[in-house]
Design a protein around this ligand. Sequence first.
Ligand code: BT5
Length: 216
Amino acid sequence: MRLASVTSTQEVARDLPIGAVVVADHQTAGRGRLDRQWVAPPGGALLASFVLEPHPLLSLAAGVAAAEACGPDVRLKWPNDLMLRGRKLGGILVEVSGGKAVVGIGINLTSAPPGAARLGLPRDDLVERLRAKLAAWTSASSSQILARWRQLSVTLGRRVRVELPGHTFEGTAEDIAEDGALLVDGQRVGAGDVIHLRQRGPVARSRAAPRPSARG
Ligand code: BT5
């Protein structure tokens, strides 16, 4: 379903059956996770919602699928921000209710907010590649999803700051658990956000210096 303007593609998709795809030119109330906003000028981005079967690792599978659909330079920041050369290119919002999962994907194409990246690919081609990659990765095994997510991750091995309600700590992002939680110095981080900190040491510092901090 293609629409000119909607509040959010998520709102339209939630009433549609599994298999439906909603694509819009513009959203007047695009949403991120945790009640944040997703901002894109009319026609400048891919704004789509896919109605899928619920799946325990859907958030990570959707991240892997979207990264692969975008191309070989796109990486993932935990849990599933799409990153291009250290900047946020796109985001994914998974909402589950009534036996359905609605996977919302926003990718900057011809324009991006200050500090964000854009991809410059034709939208319709990208929608088709997303559809195919989502079908493939939602049928993959958990171990395949986790292995591919680890390959694409720019979070693992990094110093991160974890911000939880009422509690913030720093540590090294060591791995992801079988359920997709991030392991930071042995502690599980199941929801929320991490902030990538600058790498320590002279070599790492000179490499990290020109990159803006990637905050999702
Ligand atoms: C996300 O949330 O990254 C998930 C975004 C999902 C958007 C799609 S568009 C189609 C579907 N319909 C919707 O209404 N939503 C989905 P989160 O990780 O919470 O990141 C949100 C944060 O990213 C904001 O607080 C901004 O800092 C930043 N942001 C907003 N718009 C951006 C953009 N166009 N490019 C890069 N960063 C952006």
